[in-house]
Design a protein around this ligand. Sequence first.
Ligand code: CA
Ligand code: CA
Length: 283
Amino acid sequence: MSNPLRACLRARLRASLRHSAIASALLVAGAAAQATLVDVTVTVHNLQPVNSVSFAALQLAFNNGSYDSFNIGQVATAPIISVAEAGSGVAWQAAFAAADPGATRGTVAGRVDPGTGPRTATFRVDTSVNRYFTFASMVVPSNDFFIGNDDPTEYLLLDTAGNLLIPSITVKANEIWDAGSEVFDPAAAAFIQGSVGSMRRDQNSVVALNFAELAAFNGLNTGLGTPFNSALTANSDIYRIGFSVAVVPEPGSYALMAAGLMAVGFMARRRRPGTAEGRQAKV
Ligand SMILES: [Ca+2]
Ligand SMILES: [Ca+2]
């Protein structure tokens, strides 16, 4: 092989390697830039038999672990009482927003009755800041019973790469809390037919485990028109929150990956013998 031809081939090889490196770098950069956004789908199941407890809409937040919405053994604050007595959680959501403005908050809407299908909702979460999961929901029938996590760092749901660390949370009957804000009284309890919520009386107590009170509703008609039978033992699984995650590529990463794919396509075309570029590349 003549020296000029060898030099020409060496130059082409160097150029080809350089283009391959650039294309690979663009593809890798595109993948790496898929940063920290994930779509988390939350699915809630009522695990109790028909006629047992229902749950109001789930109040939830993907957060930085700083907002503690209640403490067992202490007086409940207005935000958690808004969940426990009314099921609405409006004050809980507002308090969360004030304490942790960067949190992704929301609800899985609708009451979840026993014997009915799960409910779902999807939330876009930045895992560089919101890796913890906190929840609260009213238990009905009750005056002021709720479920929720006392420790705001109990559920580290996601790692910084967006991987799910906890596939689901299962709540047991002995994790139903009495907010201690309203006296037990079926005549004023939510979800009991004929009850009058405005009849509530202050309990002036603390958040505590008091789930045996639920059995005192047995035989009363619920809002579903069915006789209530709590059928609970302390160790019963009553409620499950399931999670699934889908990565959301950021707009910038689409552009980078597209550039990488175009570069790869361009070089493949140059090398194909049938094309003008391929024929030229052979010289
Ligand atoms: Ca707490
Ligand atoms: Ca109470």
